[in-house]
Write a protein that binds this ligand. Structure first.
Ligand SMILES: [Zn+2]
Length: 400
């Protein structure tokens, strides 16, 4: 007995360093890399990454060369649209293989296109969506340099032409759905580097967890790893989709019945204006949002035996009572800076009334009531916009 114990101790001491050597320490997000990517992607040299422009081509080469340098299998999917005046779609795809479960897929997506010149303005798209691209490039570097089997093949995709009816991601979702036996979940990042308004700069919105089994669990695993100075607000995607209008590439994954999460730090006053430049990016917030994406991804192996199927819209159970409390938190933050957020007395009265009503409620408010509140908040934020016609212009831009 004694001899055996001694041998076991000796063996474990001998092999211990090998066991440790097998599991390298997980690499962290490097904020300086995020900043470098955003600075380049939103530089005048890339001309606002407008499809068809030389700057757009340079963007494609940049993203592809970065992914190549991390040792990932990378390729570009090109598709000529049937409308002759439209530019060729160039989607960029990188793959991180899994040995244990190659048949399962996780999709991470961030569109890289933007507007460039639009009706006399020069839109460089720093927050929209150089920030999302930078986050995924940094995660690609970590997964490439520190290969750990996540229990699913990770497809890191950079869809083109999100700003043109999400046409790039529509293509990716259609063939990836056929390539993967099971898409366990998808994460779409769009604008993850600027606080929604003054007083709301330590938050990330995570929409859509109701679309998949075990997705709420995955989000709460990711949440647990965040510091006290960063909060995740999760809400049903329907709260955001007034009149059913989709907001970003996640809708392409939803159309293919893939569970989806949509991550954003909000739609600030610089949204779709010439003011969306690198000097308005909140680098600390961008780093925190990026860390959440990586933490959530790394939480997946702990839950991989759970079911990750898509839940049909009819069977989803969005929690609108919880959503009303999240919107109430938004109002709290806004009310702390009434001057900077240009609140008038009517806004303040309205917010306080809603907050009181929702705090007392035991039954969920209607979806319409929540959507109207969201639209009103977005409208108030828009008052700080330097470019009043921006939203209208962007809609017209999408048609051209
Ligand atoms: Zn965007």
């Amino acid at each position: 007995m004694m001899k055996k114990a001694v041998m076991l101790v000796t063996l474990s001491v001998f092999f211990a360093p090998l066991c440790f050597a097998k599991k390298p320490a997980p690499l962290p997000i490097k904020p300086e890399n995020l900043k470098r990517h955003v600075q380049y992607l939103a530089s005048p040299e890339l001309e606002g990454r407008k499809p068809g422009s030389p700057g757009h081509n340079t963007t494609v080469s940049y993203i592809e060369s970065q992914l190549d340098s991390y040792g990932l299998h990378t390729w570009i999917e090109e598709k000529t649209p049937w409308m002759f005046w439209k530019s060729t779609i160039k989607n960029i795809i990188a793959e991180v293989p899994s040995r244990s479960h190659p048949e399962k897929c996780i999709i991470l997506a961030a569109h890289y296109d933007h507007y460039g010149d639009l009706f006399g303005d020069h839109l460089l798209g720093a927050n929209d969506n150089a920030t999302g691209v930078a986050t995924l490039l940094e995660i690609a570097r970590i997964l490439g340099q520190n290969p750990v089997d996540l229990g699913a093949t990770v497809h890191i995709v950079f869809p083109d032409q999100e700003e043109a009816f999400i046409s790039g991601s529509k293509r990716i979702a259609s063939w990836l759905g056929l390539t993967c036996q099971q898409v366990v979940f998808t994460m779409t990042l769009d604008m993850v580097g600027k606080g929604f308004f003054k007083g709301f700069d330590n938050h990330l919105f995570v929409f859509g967890a109701e679309s998949g089994q075990s997705l709420p669990e995955l989000v709460s695993e990711g949440k647990k790893l965040q510091g006290a100075q960063f909060s995740i607000l999760d809400a049903p995607i329907s709260v955001l989709e007034v009149f059913g209008v989709a907001r970003s590439d996640y809708a392409s994954f939803r159309s293919q019945k893939m569970p989806f999460l949509f991550l954003t730090t909000g739609m600030p006053a610089t949204y779709h204006t010439a003011a969306d430049t690198i000097d308005t990016i909140d680098w600390a917030l961008h780093a925190k949002a990026s860390k959440f994406v990586l933490d959530t991804l790394r939480s997946y192996p702990r839950l991989s035996s759970a079911t990750f199927g898509y839940i049909e819209k009819k069977k989803q159970k969005p929690d609108y009572l919880a959503a009303s409390r999240q919107i109430s938190l938004l109002m709290d933050a806004m009310l702390k800076f009434p001057g900077e957020n240009r609140l008038n007395s009517r806004d303040m009265k309205w917010m306080k009334k809603k907050q009181q009503k929702w705090a007392r409620a035991t039954k969920a408010p209607s979806l319409w009531e929540l959507q109207r509140a969201v639209v009103r908040i977005i409208t108030i934020v828009g008052r700080n916009s330097t470019d009043k016609a921006s939203y209208f212009k962007s809609i017209i831009g999408k048609l051209l």
